[in-house]
Design a protein around this ligand. Sequence first.
Ligand code: ADP
Ligand code: MG
Ligand code: ZN
Length: 626
Amino acid sequence: MPIKDDPRKPRRFSFGNLFLPIAGLIFAANIFLPSLLGPQIQRVPYSLFIDQVNDGEVSRVSVGQNEIRYQLRGETGQEDVVPGQVLSTTPIFDMELPQRLEEHGIEFAAMPPPKNRWFTTLLGWVIPPLIFVGLFQLFANRGGGGPQGAMSFTRSKAKVYVEGGDTKVTFGDVAGVEEAKAELTEIVDFLKMPERYNAIGARIPKGVLLVGPPGTGKTLMAKAVAGEAGVPFFSISGSEFVELFVGAGASRVRDLFEQAKKKAPCIIFIDELDAIGKSRASSGMFGGNDEREQTLNQLLTEMDGFAAGDATVIVLAATNRPETLDAALLRPGRFDRQVLVDRPDLSGRQEILSIYAQKVKLSEGVDLKAIATRTPGFAGADLANLVNEAALLAARGNRTTVDQADFNEAIERVVAGLEKKSRVLNEQEKTIVAYHEVGHALVGALMPGGSKVAKISIVPRGMAALGYTLQLPTEDRFLMNQAELNGQIATLLGGRAAEEVVFNSITTGAANDLQRATDLAERMVTTYGMSRVLGPLAYEKGGGNSFLGQEAMNPRRQVSDETAKAIDEEVKDIVETAHHQALDILRNNRELLETIAQQILDTEVIEGDKLQELLSQASLPEPVAA
Ligand code: ADP
Ligand code: MG
Ligand code: ZN
């Protein structure tokens, strides 16, 4: 919810259509004026000049870049020259000239700077760039660039959000991020009464970095801080800084801070800070990005520039990848405060849901807590989207209020992408998908850590999943033990294992499952220290690293080749073991697998009590795999 966009348009040059003709005239004048204004000096060929030098007729010489002027002696024997006359010639590249002049005892010096010609000289310097800019402007306009066009010479694009008005964002609009709110309340205080803090000598923080996954409300939070404090809010996104022209980013930063200082106390908000603040080391491999680096340096300079007690300008920035930021940004006096804006927990989700539920008409008996329970991992933006989806469903169904059923369907939509009625699987594909999904469900039902399976469906959704198995954790989990993680890996491999057991062949449908299973296994070994061979060491550096634009999610600590090999072997071992557990379970429940799969092929979906009843018949193979 942007509050109010600054109506000011970016300033641009507007000489209009007269610009070019006028520039042309001045340019022409620039060329002809020197000959009109300057003293009339006869030009002679260089060869004549050299002859005269050799004949001893020259008394003085001034050597310029483009011109040599010289004066003849007062008393020459020649008739065809005027004694004392000043002549001019155009120099050629002649290394021996000084030596030659010296030999003949001629006084010589560099040409003095031209007098009386400042006007034309000035024009010579000023006009060509102006014409260039004018032409540029012309093309930019032709290209229909508009204020947002790549070629427009604009001032800072920082949007100004003004406080007040009915669209003011406050902390009341942000829910489920209580710790962050508490920390930022302090910032609001600073902004409201800077004198109180200054009087006591407390240093007001300059930079606060909001860190958290996408959609958790970082942008919203920053606006709320401005709204609560009642100060102007300048916002700009890091990706906007990455401009075409070298220097544009840096000047924009300068401009932004200039504008802000005039309006202090206020907030500057830099969204997507990682777009400019990427670590210089990580991008240095291929020469780095000069433009980004300049912008970053300017930002650092500006942040160092305004001292505490000066204008109260607080810089908030947001990123979902703090680990990629240049260390220089995080030093004291810069973004030295970090506030975590994390995904909301159960009660947080319920609060966010109730904020958005107020905006739609709910049927009686809609249980927001139940919805919150079913949506672990949802960020604020997902929940806002969920409520809207539910309302859309109700409207499409011609209902006047939103039911629980609408929410249930909306959850599935948000989770698995929109239902694609048009996409049809052929009979054979459908069969394979059915067994695959039942495979996940059966293994999940028996392994520890596998959450309760609520629904199995072979209706394709979105692009990635062919069918899907909806698992519902009954509570938010913060800690998982090794057995549970192993169980999850086995569950992920259950789909592929079912294909192997039933069809004795493998399809491409399990790619995503395998990816997730392998990632999980790797984390067990490198992050959680769950490997007996490698011990309780963290081999992972904790955070992403940018290499060629691709994200290696788990950059490893520098390890020896043997350790790297051992990690790979351990990961493989964990996945293989889980794979065999899945195979054992499915072989042990071969008939049940068949029954459930056939039912799904009939109805496309199984859920609720019917599913629970079927799954409860599953049994672990002997001896118990764990
Ligand atoms: P981020 O900047 O962290 O990616 P945004 O602030 O842009 O996330 O969130 C996008 C939208 O999602 C917000 O405008 C708001 O409607 C909703 N939203 C996200 N988090 C929350 C929250 N904690 N409370 C209420 N609404 C939220
Ligand atoms: Mg954002
Ligand atoms: Zn699968």
